[in-house]
Design a protein around this ligand. Structure first.
Ligand code: MLT
Length: 312
C-alpha cells in the first residue's frame, strides 16, 4: 500500500517509500542536511522519504550502492565534495561519478571549522600549526574516512602546515565530534552543520572557519585568512543523485521537489542557524550540478595528486 501524503503529482511516481541514502553515520552533517530537506520534498512529491545511513570508506560504500540500485527513483543519494575527491583517492573505485549517476541538483555549500578538544593547548590557528609541527607524531586528527570532506580539509591543513599527523577515521563526523568533546582525539576539520552547537556551547575549541568571509552564526570565529592560513579554504557542496538510467520525468519531479524544499522558510532558517544556506534556485538543477561535479573532479584531482595521497 502507498503511504502517499501531501499533494498529488502527475504519473504514478511515487507510489511507495523513497530511500535517501546518506553515506555517513546518522547525526553527522550530511545526515543533518538530508533530514532538513527530506520533509518538504516528501510533501511536494506526495510520498514518504526514509533516510538510510550506509557508512564506510569515506562515503564510497554508500555511493557505490546507489550507483547499482534500481534506476526507478526510489533510491536517491545525498553526497558532497567527496564525490569529486574519491576518483583521485581510490584506484579501484567501483563507480564512475559522471557516468554512473544522474544528477538531480545542488543543495547547499557548507563552511568548515577547525576545531579541537576544549583543553587542547593551542589557543589560535597559528599556535595549532606550531604545536602540530612540534608534536606531529603525537597529535591525532579525526575524520570520516579517506574521501570525506573532513579528510580533504585535514589534508589541506597538513599540506599548508607542512606536516603529517596521525589520522583517526570514523564512519562519520557525528561520532568523531562525540570523541572530540570527550577529549579522545585532538582536532578535526568539520562542517558548521555539525560543529556549530558544540562551538556555541563551548564544548570544543574553535580556531577558524574555512571560507573567505566569516559565518554570520559564528561571528567571533575568524576566517583562516584572518588567522594566517589563507591556503586552508574549502566549503562542502552537496548534491542529490540517482542511478544513471532513472527516467527523466522522475528526475524532474525530484528536482522540482528539491527546489521547493530549498525555498521552504523552515529549511532556510535551520540552515542559517547552522552556518549555511540553500544554493540559489538556478543551481538546484541537473545541469548546474553536473558542471560543478565535473569542475571539482579536476580541481581536487590536482590537489590530491600534488599532495601524493592515495587510499589503500
Ligand atoms: C565528511 O566529513 O565528509 C562528512 O561530513 C561526514 C559526515 O557527514 O558524517
Amino acid at each position: 500500500g502507498t503511504t502517499a501524503t501531501g499533494g498529488a503529482t502527475g504519473g504514478g511516481y511515487p507510489d511507495k517509500n523513497i530511500t535517501f541514502v546518506v553515506p555517513f553515520s546518522a547525526g553527522g552533517p550530511t545526515d543533518t542536511v538530508t533530514r532538513m530537506i527530506a520533509e518538504p520534498m516528501a510533501a511536494k512529491l506526495g510520498g514518504k522519504i526514509v533516510v538510510q545511513n550506509v557508512e564506510g570508506a569515506g562515503g564510497t560504500v554508500g555511493a557505490g550502492e546507489v550507483a547499482r540500485a534500481d534506476p526507478d527513483g526510489y533510491t536517491v543519494l545525498m553526497h558532497h565534495i567527496g564525490m569529486s575527491t574519491a576518483p583521485a583517492l581510490y584506484q579501484n573505485l567501483d563507480y564512475k561519478p559522471l557516468e554512473d549517476f544522474q544528477m538531480v541538483g545542488l543543495v547547499t555549500e557548507v563552511p568548515m571549522t577547525v576545531v579541537a578538544r576544549k583543553d587542547f593547548a593551542p589557543k589560535t590557528l597559528q599556535e595549532l600549526v606550531a604545536h602540530v609541527k612540534a608534536n606531529a607524531d603525537k597529535v591525532t586528527l579525526a575524520n570520516a574516512g579517506i574521501g570525506a570532506a573532513s579528510h580533504l580539509c585535514g589534508l589541506l591543513f597538513q599540506t599548508a602546515a607542512g606536516v603529517k599527523v596521525q589520522e583517526v577515521p570514523y564512519e562519520g563526523t557525528g561520532p568523531a565530534l562525540t570523541d572530540l568533546v570527550g577529549g579522545q582525539v585532538d582536532f578535526m576539520c568539520d562542517q558548521t552543520t555539525n560543529t556549530s552547537g558544540q562551538i556555541s556551547a563551548g564544548e570544543v575549541k574553535a580556531y577558524a572557519v574555512t571560507t573567505p568571509e566569516r559565518v554570520k552564526s559564528l561571528p567571533d570565529l575568524p576566517t583562516t585568512t584572518e588567522a594566517g592560513l589563507p591556503q586552508l579554504q574549502v566549503s562542502v557542496w552537496h548534491g542529490l543523485y540517482v542511478p544513471k538510467a532513472t527516467p527523466p520525468d522522475v528526475v524532474q519531479k525530484l528536482t522540482e521537489a528539491l527546489k521547493v524544499a530549498l525555498a521552504d522558510q523552515k529549511v532556510i532558517d535551520q540552515m542559517a542557524k547552522l552556518g549555511t544556506a540553500p544554493v540559489p534556485a538556478e543551481s538546484a538543477t541537473p545541469e548546474a550540478h553536473r558542471a560543478k561535479l565535473q569542475e571539482q573532479i579536476g580541481t581536487w584531482g590536482k590537489v590530491i595528486a600534488d599532495a601524493g595521497v592515495k587510499a589503500s
